[in-house]
Design a protein around this ligand. Structure first.
Ligand SMILES: Nc1nc2c(c(=O)[nH]1)N[C@@H](CN(C=O)c1ccc(C(=O)N[C@@H](CCC(=O)O)C(=O)O)cc1)CN2
Length: 297
């Protein structure tokens, strides 16, 4: 029987544990604060940012939202980041990606105070992660680790294949899985657009993590029995319904489920964990900035 790994359930458990960490901070007079910045009129980005704000409010994190006209000069965004870097009520800053083409994404990430970089994308935080001393683990790969843990998947000695090499998911995921830690110690292969035979690699994997951004790229024929399948993709594809679209992962769920021992659904798998781990990083950022010891889930 294939286990369906429920990201909403795991996320809700972690959020309720975070509430007690927030309680400890409150006793010291600290309310964690997250600033979200949206410079886009993309409907999916708007949805994600509003989900982040709601999740903050749900567990007692103060949320500050800023919208910047996507046609405004890049300096408007940099001035906003300056302001947020200086604001003591803001412990975490998240600029929703992607930013418009005329804004240099790399420069934006480098401009955020690394102590407030709750996405874990600043080069200082990337370096710490690679060195095995992570300050903020990037939210999606961190969420994937938590899902594997909740499903009782021991990564030690396992062959993990990651399909996709993005800075947000593929690269940090590979780094986390090779660390000498409880949720690491795996042997990792990263497949990408120039990989010669991705299906051969995924068929030899114990764990397949699909983060390629192509709807239903991985199907059952690319898997062997008993593989653990984690689907990071959240793709909007045209559909004849009220919304005009439906959500589809990077994995073809029905055929993959036939082979998998455990699999994450879309929606309701990795997506909710991305938001939960953002809350986790924001609480951690507040504790570091105020030097308050807290227990984190
Ligand atoms: N600054 C950042 N930008 C982006 C990140 C990020 O981690 N930091 N990740 C992605 C998108 N993303 C977060 O922003 C994200 C994607 C999906 C979900 C989610 O919960 N999806 C739901 C379905 C939601 C829907 O109805 O559309 C699910 O899978 O169940 C949360 C966050 C790009 N940008």
């Amino acid at each position: 029987m294939t286990e369906i790994i429920d990201g909403n359930e795991v996320g809700d458990r972690i959020k309720s544990e975070l509430e007690s960490s927030i309680g400890t901070l409150e006793e010291e007079g600290v309310t964690p604060g997250l600033a979200t910045v949206l410079m886009s009129d993309d409907a999916a980005s708007e949805t994600y940012v509003s989900m982040k704000q709601k999740a903050c409010e749900q567990i007692g994190i103060e949320s500050f939202h800023h919208e910047i006209d996507p046609d405004a000069p890049a300096d408007v965004l940099f001035e906003k980041i300056d302001e947020l870097n200086e604001d003591p009520a803001v412990h975490g800053i998240l600029v929703q990606m992607p930013v418009p083409d005329h804004v240099d994404e790399r420069a934006v990430l480098e401009y955020i105070d690394p102590m407030k970089d709750v996405d874990g994308f600043h080069p200082e935080n990337v370096g710490k992660l690679v060195a095995g001393n992570a300050r903020f683990k990037p939210c999606t790969p961190f969420g994937v680790q938590k899902l594997l843990e909740s499903a009782g998947v021991d990564t030690e000695g396992k062959d993990a294949v990651i399909v996709g090499r993005s800075n947000i998911v593929g690269k940090p995921m590979a780094n986390l899985l090779i660390q000498k830690t409880k949720l690491g110690n795996a042997t990792v292969t990263v497949c990408h657009s120039r990989t010669k035979n991705t299906a051969e690699k995924t068929r030899n994997a114990d764990i397949v993590i699909a983060a390629v951004g192509v709807p239903e790229f991985v199907d059952g024929s690319m898997l062997t029995e008993d593989t653990v399948v984690i689907d990071v993709g959240v793709n909007r594809v045209d559909a004849d319904n009220e919304k005009g679209y439906e959500l589809v992962g990077d994995v073809e769920f029905d055929s993959a489920k036939e082979k998998a021992s455990a699999i994450t659904p879309v929606p309701g798998g990795v997506g909710p964990m991305t938001i939960t781990m953002l809350l986790y990083n924001t609480v951690k950022a507040a504790s570091l900035q105020h030097d308050v010891d807290i227990e984190l889930p």
